[in-house]
Write a protein that binds this ligand. Structure first.
Ligand code: ADP
Ligand code: ADP
Length: 229
């Protein structure tokens, strides 16, 4: 039972006469409840891969299936809905909306999913409390510390109980101690709710804690053995 499955995945960026072939035949399957780290040098295509898995960009070849649904067969609205319900995104920079409070930022994906205001608020409160921000509900991102902002971003990614969280260096912008806290938070989600994690990271000590470690190198995904990580 795969939450994410892709076959023959290819991506070539074309800008005028310039072609960047990032990869041309990637295969990846992430089982429900599985945690996967993706390592790779800068420019290897890690962000590109995550964008394709999350339906934020379109592959030039191959297919991505999220929760059994073929992404290319969906309308933009359907893809948006699937992204909002089946997936959660955490980036290196939090991308919280500056004009909204922590509570409102976390409520937003629930409201976009069509839930009532009271449900959205209850869910958002619950998760912000779970990430240790119960006392910061009314703070705007500019009034939170870096770690608090990132924890709010994690709460936002998780509030719709996605089957899978896609993280692009989710702790990359944090000091070591805060990074560890945010990372533990994601792992506890995996343990308690069976949320799959696909995390791009360059931190091997974090990668080692996940079920599988893959390295993207010269357009190929290779599984690293425990000794190699
Ligand atoms: P990573 O996340 O591993 O650092 P990226 O996925 O960001 O790598 O980039 C992979 C390659 O694709 C790089 O050579 C990068 O320059 C190129 N690339 C990324 N995004 C674009 C884009 N929007 N247009 C053209 N080339 C891009
Ligand atoms: P850290 O030590 O984690 O970097 P800060 O020193 O930035 O944290 O902030 C300490 C606390 O003060 C945080 O909990 C944050 O929510 C609060 N805080 C920071 N800036 C503001 C602000 N402009 N308005 C209200 N609270 C703030």
């Amino acid at each position: 039972d795969a939450v994410i499955h892709c076959e023959g995945l290819a991506k070539t960026y074309a800008e005028g006469p310039l072609r960047t072939h990032v990869f041309h035949d990637l295969h990846l399957e992430v089982a429900r409840g599985e945690t996967v780290a993706i390592l790779g040098a800068s420019g290897a295509g890690k962000s590109t891969l995550l964008h394709l898995l999350g339906g934020l960009d379109t592959p030039t070849g191959g297919e991505v299936y999220v929760a059994g649904q073929k992404m290319s067969a969906l309308s933009d609205a359907e893809r948006g809905r699937l992204r909002n319900t089946a997936l959660g995104f955490v980036y290196q920079f939090h991308h919280l909306l500056p004009e909204f409070t922590a509570l409102e930022n976390v409520m937003l994906p629930v409201l976009l999913g069509g839930k009532a205001l009271a449900d959205a608020e209850a869910g958002a409160r619950h998760l912000l409390e779970a990430v240790g921000l119960g006392h910061r509900l009314g703070h705007k991102p500019g009034e939170l510390s870096g770690g608090e902002r990132q924890r709010a971003a994690v709460a936002r990614a998780l509030v719709n109980r996605p089957a899978c969280v896609l993280g692009d260096e989710p702790t990359g912008n944090l000091d070591e101690k805060t990074a560890a806290t945010v990372f533990e938070l994601m792992l506890s989600l995996n343990r308690e709710q069976g949320t799959s994690l696909v995390l791009v990271t360059h931190d091997r000590s974090l990668a080692r804690r996940l079920d599988r470690v893959l390295e993207l190198h010269e357009g190929r995904l290779r599984e690293l053995s425990t000794e190699e990580v």
